[in-house]
Design a protein around this ligand. Structure first.
Ligand SMILES: *Cc1c(COP(=O)(O)O)cnc(C)c1O
Ligand SMILES: [Zn+2]
Length: 393
């Protein structure tokens, strides 16, 4: 609510925030800017006590004007759970490994965070019909927040999307189209038809506000860890909204005097069948391009091309982080192990983070004394087909 303007992530153009807008004229994503000096007057770690336990508790650094009631379904403020049994198996110190359990968000994934804020802003700015391509959980999150706000939702999904993801959209009253192709093909349909149909395009990082919802994960980690950040964050990466968002949160927190220049080492976890960011990171490239023949059981990671590739690669390098690829067989095994060892309901993407942690611990990149957060980004309950395809061994 101390929103000032939008700026480009890639060039130096700026825009007013008063209108519905997708990308910068240069084709890159737009970044939401705030008067952080003004925000810092009321938003401090000690002023958060007693605020609502949903992501709107960080109201000063969210874009919706102060006089509008946010259309919340209770998103955010997810538990950060100790995972000592897992730590012990991996030879890590007790009390230093945590799982941020995003499965408990409305619609069963952290896509709720981004859509809560983006749909609220789209409604505020006058949109009536929203459209999105989705390989998994984004469609359902859009469908339910659109329902909450009384807007139309048009969702385009690859025809082999998990049944749960298609069903949740239909249950919430959205229009669902199944496409013979990947999420990139779905995105093209939205792009080609949006003008004629009067749709506002809610694609990952093609509108400015989903990142704002996702960034609240960064603020929450600071609160969850009683005023500090972890040393390492393992994040299953598709479009990269969460990676870009958390990094932005850390910059804002530093500007408001909450933290210094220290940052967690950010680890991008991808499936070996779809690893554009990991491949580009390993090659020392600043852009990722398209990963051909993308396939993985982790629907949220089946994103062969990411528009914010350059920003993710910059973040991984600037944070002293890295990128790791994980086979489907290993990630599905680890989704089960993570669930059995912690009591959370892990999705394949969460399992992938455990496999990555195992690899990085074995190689010595992660040290026993590191304070580590692993993201379980959604509920395993939405992945019946994947668990059936990779039965318990
Ligand atoms: C979308 C999704 C991801 C990837 O998230 P990004 O922030 O877009 O990279 C990871 N896990 C799950 C379960 C998802 O739905
Ligand atoms: Zn630009």
């Amino acid at each position: 609510m101390h929103l000032t303007h939008l700026s480009c992530f890639a060039c130096d153009k700026t825009y007013e925030a008063a209108n519905l807008i997708n990308l910068c004229d240069c084709g890159k994503p737009l970044r939401v800017e705030y008067d952080l000096e003004a925000a810092a007057k009321t938003l401090q770690p000690q002023t958060l006590a007693g605020r609502p336990s949903n992501l709107w508790r960080y109201r000063e650094v969210l874009p919706l004007p102060a006089d509008i009631d946010p259309p919340t379904l209770g998103e955010g403020c997810t538990p950060l759970l100790p995972a000592d049994a897992v730590a012990e198996q991996l030879g890590l110190s007790p009390g230093r490994l945590f799982v941020k359990d995003e499965a408990v968000n409305p619609t069963g994934s952290f896509k709720a965070r981004g859509m809560a804020v983006a749909v609220a802003m789209a409604a505020h700015l006058g949109a009536k019909k929203l459209a999105v391509p989705s390989a998994g959980n984004a469609g359902g999150a859009l469908a339910f927040y659109a329902a909450r706000c009384g807007l139309e939702a048009h969702i385009f999904m690859p025809k082999d999307v998990p049944v749960a993801n298609r069903l949740e959209c239909e249950i919430a009253g959205a229009n669902v189209t199944l496409v013979d192709g990947l999420i990139t093909d779905c995105a093209k349909i939205v792009m080609d038809r949006r003008e004629a149909e009067g749709w506002f395009d809610m694609s990952t990082l093609k509108e400015p506000y989903r990142v704002e919802g996702k960034k609240t994960m960064g603020y929450e980690l600071f609160e969850d860890l009683c005023g500090r950040l972890p040393d390492v964050i393992l994040y299953p990466t598709g479009g990269g909204t969460g990676l870009v968002g958390m990094w932005k949160a850390f910059e804002e927190m530093q500007a408001m005097g909450w933290i210094g220049a220290e940052r967690p080492r950010m680890v991008s976890v991808q499936a070996s069948g779809c690893a554009p960011i990991a491949r580009a990171f390993a090659a020392g490239a600043t852009e990722a391009g398209t990963f051909e023949n993308a396939h993985t059981a982790a629907a949220g990671l089946r994103v062969p091309r990411a528009i914010a590739d350059f920003e993710m690669l910059r973040i991984l390098r600037e944070s002293g982080g890295t990128a790791v690829t994980v086979d489907d067989v290993a990630m599905m095994d680890d989704a089960r192990r993570l669930s059995a060892a912690t009591g959370i309901c892990a999705c394949p993407e969460g399992g992938a983070c455990l496999t990555a942690l195992r690899k990085l611990t074995a190689s010595g990149w992660i040290r026993p004394e590191d304070r580590i957060v692993l993201f379980n980004t959604g509920s395993g309950m939405k992945y019946a087909e994947a668990f059936a395809e990779f039965p318990r061994r």
